[in-house]
Design a protein around this ligand. Sequence first.
Ligand code: ATP
Length: 275
Amino acid sequence: MDMQAQVPQEKERDKVLSVRGLTVGFGNKIVLDNLDLDIYRGEILGFVGASGAGKSVLMRTVLRLLPRRSGTIEILGSDYDTVDERERMELDTRLGVLFQQGALFSALTVKENIQLPMREYLDLPQWLMDELAYLKLDLVGLDADAGDKYPSELSGGMIKRAALARAIALDPDLVFLDEPTSGLDPIGAAEFDELIARLRDTLGLTVYMVTHDLDSLFSVCDRIAVLGQKRVLVEGSLEDMLVCDDPWVRSYFRGKRARSIPRPESPATSGKVTD
Ligand SMILES: Nc1ncnc2c1ncn2[C@@H]1O[C@H](COP(=O)(O)OP(=O)(O)OP(=O)(O)O)[C@@H](O)[C@H]1O
């Protein structure tokens, strides 16, 4: 038998999220119109776009926090609309989220915040949830002591790390990070970027990162998608962004702010601008 014939020459990359024809609006205002987006396993996707373009709306819609007018959303190959309630809960556990302000509950300790998703979705004894919470704290570079503190007792950087620990509480496949480095000083932001890259490497996480932070885009993102004109206007590598002729992309990646950031050696092909 010809074994060669059984091995696909080019296996399609594993999609963790696939959005097709997504339209979202509020009243008369359409924010996203017929948008398509894929995220592949193990990548860090940086998602950028002008303020008000709809980055948060897209993230919240994918998380089912906002209704959509049309379109399909597949998580790990399953369509939310066609699975039953049990499978939907299972899919929810495969996603982790870090909202922009950290969004920890102020009346709960860090450990209790991390354990919230465990209480909601799993049925585990307290001692095991404690062990897991300490494991997550360690993974995000926080000491065990931080577990007993309240959010108000933490620095901004520690709050981000604690919120990340909660986002990975259920060992998700895909984490959504909404401007994770906003409010951090450049060193804190660079350390947080390194942490995200490390978690991707050690846990095999896939990361969807909404960001305005050019340093993050230049240092940790494998692929960049730009939201504009109510859809994904252009997607590709950083090199693709640097040679893209769209005016917003050009001023964002090649404007004054970007000048001090080291450029890759050789820009490759032009970014894929979608119709
Ligand atoms: N719940 C809502 N009701 C009505 N309009 C909304 C709602 N949420 C968002 N919008 C509108 O949708 C548009 C996109 O908002 P969104 O917050 O997604 O932008 P963004 O790209 O995340 O911006 P930024 O970078 O400033 O955070 C804005 O015009 C906003 O006013």
